[in-house]
Design a protein around this ligand. Structure first.
Ligand code: CS2
Length: 490
């Protein structure tokens, strides 16, 4: 049992094989970057790039990572001096090493004063975010801040009374305000979530939060943000399934030290950032990051092909009895689904000299990786927020160009099925969704032969598509085949 092993921490680092030690001495770093969202993805992606940047330049870029929800993750990180391991899962070859770039772990509410002080600190140049699509609190269909959403409404009320803030978004806006009242040093805020135009999307909700706040200085703050805070768009990529108890055993065993916070991901990673920083930043290029004037072509290719086919596999795979992405690729139809999805969606990508066919070839190999256990239920969760980003933009553009969209229609039928409550009232395949109850309500008075396609599309803000009868009929017609599980999309 690995629980009997000594704990990973600064004091035990010298027990590790040299190849497993951090690239930097964490004691030489200081918090110069604040990250909101201490999940597995951040630790396997931006933290790895930041460590490489510090190691290659000698600049002391450490990360203060803030967890909005799970205080237990903060405690676990602190218990091991913020050290944790990353395991690269190449087929047949796992390599595990410790990453040293996180220097402070903070909980959003209890550590609010510290988070605020860090965002305001002129020595901090960058705030990055991985808070998932949910963390932006955008109103379905418009992209504006949903000021009526309970956590947002509570935070907006708190701004009038100097009360505690509970959302990452509110905390970010408050930190920016404190910075404005301090030295007013410019700041770059980098959304690393899977949304098209994620930079402008974040800029918009931050501005709308400030505008709707009770802060008396909100107008001055808004004009300072316009001149001194930039929100570059980015695309991040690395497949990092949620860590399981078996993963903890595996990583601890590989290290010979107990690691309760390991992450395990595919070897592949990509980060493309819009080159619009207004403050100092780590030399992420050292880890392979690419700075470009316009990320849109990269963003749409990744969102529509990778995430788009991920979601299609999730719903169709669950209906066919698969558990993981690799399970889907092991069926007779899995590779065909990814390739057909790619071929259908490629005409909806901008002409920018990127090779979509080669990208799809790579995807097939990445998805096939048997060392990865990426649960379809995880990918299929939060569909109401993911599908508009991943499928609906492409669907609209393809339909407007008069192109057939059978694969997207089948994928939508898969999602429709996954929203249906099972006998116990919970979604059929165990996926979760912030508006799950509302999606389930759409099924009242409906059934498999008469599925509520239009009502579901309306719930995710796609009123235009809901009113397109040939689309909703085509999707409804595919539902029975999806429920029959797999053969229909072979
Ligand atoms: C996945 C993503 O869970 C999901 O919805 O599609 O997390 C995906 O693995 C990453 O975006 C890959 O970079």
């Amino acid at each position: 049992m690995t629980t009997a092993l000594p704990r990973l921490g600064r004091a035990t680092l010298d027990r590790l094989d040299p190849a497993q030690r951090p690239l930097v001495d964490p004691r030489s770093l200081r918090p110069r970057l604040v990250h909101l969202g201490l999940g597995a993805f951040h630790r396997a992606h931006q933290a790895v790039y930041t460590e490489r940047a510090a190691a290659s330049t000698g600049e002391p870029w450490g990360i203060a990572a803030v967890e909005p929800f799970a205080d237990s993750a903060v405690t676990a990180m602190r218990d091991q001096d913020c050290l944790y391991s990353v395991t690269d899962r190449a087929p047949g070859a796992l390599t595990t090493r410790v990453v040293g770039s996180i220097v402070e772990a903070l909980a959003l509410r209890p550590d609010a004063a510290r988070v605020d002080a860090l965002i305001a600190d002129p020595g901090v140049g960058v705030v990055t975010l991985t808070v998932t699509e949910k963390g932006y609190h955008r109103r379905a269909g418009t992209g504006g801040l949903d000021t009526a959403a309970l956590p947002v409404a509570e935070d907006l009320r708190a701004t009038g009374a100097d009360g505690p803030l509970g959302t990452a978004l509110g905390r970010l806006a408050a930190g920016i305000r404190t910075r404005f009242h301090g030295e007013g040093a410019p700041l770059t805020v980098v959304s690393c979530d899977n949304m098209a135009g994620n930079g402008p999307a974040l800029a918009r909700v931050v501005r709308e939060f400030v505008a709707a706040s009770g802060w008396p200085d909100r107008d001055a703050l808004l004009s300072w943000i316009d001149g001194s805070v930039s929100f570059p768009a980015t695309i991040v990529d690395r497949i990092v399934p949620a860590t399981t108890p078996e993963d903890r055993e595996l990583a601890s065993h590989a290290l010979g030290l107990r690691d309760d916070m390991p992450v395990l991901g595919e070897p592949y990673r990509q980060w493309v950032l819009e080159d619009s920083f207004v403050s100092e930043r780590p030399h992420w290029e050292a880890g392979g990051a690419l700075f470009v004037p316009d990320v849109a072509p990269y963003q749409l290719m990744k969102l529509r092909l990778l995430n788009g086919s991920h979601s299609a596999m999730a719903y169709l795979g669950l209906a066919a009895g698969c558990r993981t992405v690799a399970d889907v690729l092991a069926t007779p139809w899995g590779e065909g689904l990814v390739r057909a999805f790619g071929a259908e969606v490629t005409p909806a990508l901008p002409e920018a000299g990127l090779d979509a066919a080669a990208y799809v070839d790579d995807l097939v190999e990445r998805f096939r990786n048997p060392a990865m256990h990426h649960l379809l239920r995880q990918i299929g969760s939060d569909g109401s927020l993911k599908i508009p980003e991943r499928w609906l933009g492409a669907l609209r553009e393809l339909r407007a160009a008069g192109r057939p969209t059978p694969v997207l229609e089948t994928a939508l039928a898969g999602w429709v099925v996954a929203t249906r409550p099972g006998a116990d009232g919970t979604p059929l395949y165990g996926t979760t969704d912030p508006i799950g109850a509302g999606l389930a309500d759409c099924w009242t008075g409906a059934d498999d032969r008469n599925p509520p396609v239009a009502a579901l599309l309306r719930r995710v803000g796609a009123d235009d598509l809901a009113e397109t009868a040939d689309l909703t009929t085509a999707v409804a017609d595919r539902v029975p085949a999806v429920l029959a599980g797999g053969a229909a999309f072979a």
